[in-house]
Design a protein around this ligand. Structure first.
Ligand code: COA
Length: 333
C-alpha cells in the first residue's frame, strides 16, 4: 500500500510583529535580525486564540483541498513543542473542535523535526493498513513562551506562531503517481540541553515550577545558537542525500526543496553545499519566522496553493531541531 498527500492547509494569526516592533522592546535591530536570519516579520496570536484554533483552521483547509469531510479521517497525529496544556496534548482539543468523533489522536514531540516524524508515523499506519486517512498537523504558539527582552533576544527574534496540516491517505490507484517515497529520522539526545526549555518539568525538584525557576527564566528557551547552526548545516545535507538514495531518486530530479525554517542562512548554506539552484528552493521564514513543527506543512501548503508544486512533481522536505533531531522525506506529490 502506498501513501499519498491528498490535501494541505495552513493558518497563521492576523497580528504581524515586525523586527521594528521587537526593537521597541529589546536591544536589537531590523538590520541585525535580517542579516543573521533573513526574518522580516512573524505572526503572534492575540489573547484568547488557542493553538488548537490555528490547527483547526489548517485542518479544515487541508480537508477542503482534499475534497474530504472530517468523517473521512481515521486518526490525527499532531506535532508540537508548545502544547496547549501540560496534558492532554493539543490533538485532543483539536479532535473535539473538529468534531472528529472518537477517532484516535495523539501529540508527537520531536520539536522542529516533529512534522516529518509524524508524517513517518502516518505513512506507517497507512502502509500497514491500520488507517486509510490520517491528518498530520504541525502547530506552534511560541509567542506566549518567549523572553521578549534583551536577555532573550537571541532566541525570541526567531520564532513565530502558526499551524500547517496535511491529509495523507492510502493510494491504491495504479494511475495515481502520488506517493511518499522515503522518510528518514535521526536523533542525538546528548545535545538535548543545547536547545531546550527546562521548566516546568518533572525532572525538577522540589516541584516542577517554583518562583526561583521563574526568576531564573527556566521557562524560556535556551539555545547555543552557533552550536545548533553548525550541526544543522552538517546533518541536513546528510539526511537529505540518505533519503534520496533510499528512494532511488537523483538530486537533480527533485522539483522542490523545502527546508525547516530556522534561519535563512542555514538553508542558503545547505542549498549551496548540495549545489541546489535557488529557484528550486522555497522559504517563508521572511514572513513567519521559525514555526517549528508547523514550518514544513506551511511551506508545502503555500507551494501547492501558488502552483509552485504540481501533481506528479517530486518534493524533498528536510528538518533539523532541538533534541537534536533531524529528518528528511521525499514524496511524489
Ligand atoms: N539582536 C542584536 N544582537 C544580538 C541578538 C539580537 N536579537 N541576539 C544576539 N545578539 C548579539 C549577542 O549578544 C552577541 O553579542 P556580543 O558579541 O557582544 O557577545 C552577538 O550578537 C553575536 O551573537 P551570536 O549568538 O554569536 O550570533 P550568531 O551570529 O551566532 O547569530 C543566531 C545568532 C541565533 C541567529 C544563530 O546562531 C543561529 O541562527 N543559530 C541557529 C539557530 C537555530 O537554527 N535554531 C532553531 C533550530 S530549530
Amino acid at each position: 500500500m502506498r501513501t499519498k498527500i491528498s490535501g494541505t492547509g495552513m493558518s497563521v494569526p492576523d497580528r504581524v510583529v515586525t523586527n521594528h516592533d521587537l526593537a521597541a522592546r529589546m536591544e536589537t535591530s531590523d538590520e541585525w535580525i535580517q542579516q543573521r536570519t533573513g526574518i522580516k516579520e512573524r505572526r503572534y496570536i492575540d489573547p484568547g486564540t488557542l493553538p488548537s484554533d490555528l490547527a483547526l483552521e489548517a485542518c479544515q483547509r487541508a480537508l477542503e483541498s482534499a475534497g474530504l469531510e472530517v468523517g473521512d479521517v481515521e486518526c490525527i497525529v499532531l506535532a508540537t513543542l508548545s502544547s496547549q496544556a501540560d496534558f492532554p496534548g493539543t490533538s485532543f482539543f483539536l479532535q473535539d473542535q473538529l468534531g472528529a468523533g472518537e477517532i484516535p489522536c495523539f501529540d508527537l514531540r520531536a520539536q522542529c523535526s516533529g512534522f516529518v516524524y509524524s508524517l513517518s508515523v502516518a505513512d506507517a499506519f497507512v502502509r500497514s493498513g491500520t488507517y486509510r486517512r490520517v491528518l498530520v498537523v504541525g502547530c506552534e504558539v511560541h509567542s506566549t513562551g518567549l523572553d521578549i527582552s534583551t536577555r532573550g533576544r537571541d532566541v525570541s527574534v526567531i520564532f513565530g506562531d502558526g499551524a500547517g496540516a496535511m491529509l495523507v491517505e492510502a493510494n491504491d490507484d495504479p494511475d495515481d503517481p502520488g506517493e511518499i517515497l522515503s522518510v528518514r529520522l535521526h536523533a542525538e539526545g546528548k545535545h538535548a540541553k543545547r536547545l531546550w526549555v527546562e521548566a516546568p518539568g518533572s525532572g525538577l525538584s522540589p516541584a516542577r515550577f517554583t518562583q526561583e525557576m521563574f526568576d531564573a527564566g527556566l521557562h524560556f528557551p535556551h539555545m547555543e545558537g552557533r552550536f545548533v547552526f553548525k550541526h544543522a548545516v552538517t546533518r541536513m545535507p546528510e539526511v537529505l542525500r540518505e533519503t534520496l538514495d533510499i528512494a532511488k531518486v537523483q538530486l537533480e530530479e527533485i522539483d522542490l526543496f523545502l527546508f525547516h525554517q530556522a534561519n535563512l542562512r542555514i538553508n542558503e548554506y545547505v542549498a549551496g553545499q548540495l549545489e541546489i539552484p535557488s529557484e528550486k528552493c522555497f522559504n517563508n521564514i521572511q514572513r513567519y519566522g521559525n514555526c517549528s513543527a508547523a514550518s514544513i506543512p506551511m511551506l508545502l501548503d503555500e507551494c501547492v496553493r501558488s502552483g509552485r508544486l504540481q501533481r506528479g512533481q517530486l518534493v524533498s522536505m528536510t528538518s533539523f531541531g532541538s533534541g537534536f533531531s533531524w529528518t528528511s522525506a521525499v514524496a511524489r506529490y
